[in-house]
Design a protein around this ligand. Structure first.
Ligand SMILES: *Cc1c(COP(=O)(O)O)cnc(C)c1O
Length: 406
């Protein structure tokens, strides 16, 4: 482990928003002032106990924190190795960890006097969390969503509309998440005077990767406290799925300075690691710039963004958060992937052993555990972040099981 050569996690990113060579602020000139104002407002809010109390209050009473760190005894018995604990972010309001970030940002928008909120969404989980919070705070809400995703996730579109959000279908490009982000950025360039853009993952231009990470760090802080109380020691290993990387970095951050704790991010292997069939940026990607930051990106030799595929829409994106790229190079966080087929098996496994229906995104971490746990000793401890619940995925899983049985 090369941890001693690492910069202290508490000092990252640097003043210009860089994690080593990654991150930064690659945006049109017109957005520069907006991002600088946002960063200044965030740094001020962070030091304001009143703001912190407000965030904590809404996390507890609206979102449902703290979440359980739950000993999955039957799953542990079935896999026959390390003790498995699940951090139950799936129990949060609106069904995933996304609400942690939304609450932090919406309270920041309130401080800034912004009356209108925009956001992008892929599978719809970030859109639903944003729409719910906008209803709660009485703010105008516009969600950008690719037309293809709107069709695939019709239920979440309806949820957002029930909360009073306007969902705008995006017809450009592949009509999925990347195109929705482009439209949201375009809106923000014209509207930033009265509008805040709630970006949904630890991605994009500085200060978003830092800010979104900070709002999810509560996951790791709770986990540390809970495992110390339950086991009297830190876990040997922790794993989480990585889309943009927000749930994973929030879960890991508290442990980056603990060399005895192995940290593993699990990307989407899709139908296998060949061009266009997966979203494992650390398998086939290289450094480039996409949507505001420099990071690992799946691109061809001309720098064109490649098509991606994953069974889980929430992991189906060509770029990974810049902080992950940094810790990957430094050797502090390791990355693997799980393929669609293994994810389907792991989904069944958790339903059958624990009666918990995980989101297909989170199921990538379960699939990793199914492989890893039997190699570990029974006296060891593995903590998994269960980033969301699977209600949204049930009809898709039914269809896949039917196809698999044929
Ligand atoms: C959005 C989502 C993800 C992927 O986003 P990260 O920023 O990588 O956490 C993972 N799990 C669930 C349940 C999600 O909704």
């Amino acid at each position: 482990m090369k941890t001693e050569t690492l910069t202290d996690p508490a000092t990252l990113p640097d003043a210009s928003g860089h994690f080593g060579p990654y991150g930064g602020r690659y945006v049109p000139e017109t957005l520069m002032t907006t991002l600088l104002d946002l960063e200044a407002a965030y740094r001020e809010a962070k030091e304001d106990p009143q703001y912190q109390r407000e965030v904590d209050w809404f996390l507890r009473h609206y979102a449902g924190r703290p979440t359980e760190l739950y000993f999955a005894e039957q799953l542990t018995e079935r896999l026959g190795g390390a003790k498995i604990y699940l951090k139950r972010e799936d129990l949060l309001h609106t069904g995933a960890h996304k609400i942690n970030n939304v609450i932090g940002q919406i309270l920041l928008a309130k401080r800034l006097g912004k009356k209108r909120i925009i956001a992008e969404t892929g599978a719809g989980q970030h859109g639903v969390a944003t729409a719910a919070a906008c209803a709660k705070f009485g703010l105008e809400c516009v969600i950008y969503m690719g037309a293809v995703d709107m069709e695939r996730q019709a239920l979440n579109v309806f949820r957002m509309r029930l909360c009073g959000a306007e969902v705008r279908g995006v017809e450009s490009g592949q009509k999925t998440l990347k195109d929705a982000v482009n439209e949201a950025m375009r809106d923000w360039v014209a509207s930033s005077r009265n509008t805040h853009y709630i970006l949904g993952s630890a991605l994009g231009a500085h200060p978003f990767p830092m800010m979104v990470r900070d709002f999810h760090r509560v996951i790791g802080r709770e986990t540390r406290e809970q495992i110390l109380e339950l086991e009297g020691r830190l876990p040997d290993e922790m794993a989480a799925c990585v889309g943009g990387g927000s749930n994973a970095i929030g879960f890991f951050h508290e442990f980056l300075g603990e060399p005895s704790v192995r940290l593993v991010g699990v990307e989407a292997g899709g139908r296998g690691i060949s061009r266009g069939e997966h979203a494992a940026r650390f398998e086939g990607g290289r450094m480039g710039v996409l949507q505001g930051c420099r990071t690992y990106i799946l691109q061809n030799d001309d720098g064109q963004i490649e098509l991606t595929h994953s069974v889980s829409a929430g992991l189906d994106y060509a770029a990974v958060g810049p902080e992950h790229a940094y810790y990957r190079d430094a050797g502090r966080i390791e990355y693997g992937y799980a393929c669609d087929r293994d994810v389907l098996g792991a989904f069944r496994l958790l339903c059958e052993t624990e009666g918990i229906l995980p989101a297909l995104e989170s199921t990538h971490a379960i699939a990793y555990a199914a492989r890893r746990v039997p190699e570990m000793g029974r006296d060891q401890i593995l903590c998994l972040n269960l980033s969301g619940r699977g209600d949204k995925d049930v009809s898709q899983v039914a269809k896949m099981m039917e196809e698999a049985a044929e």
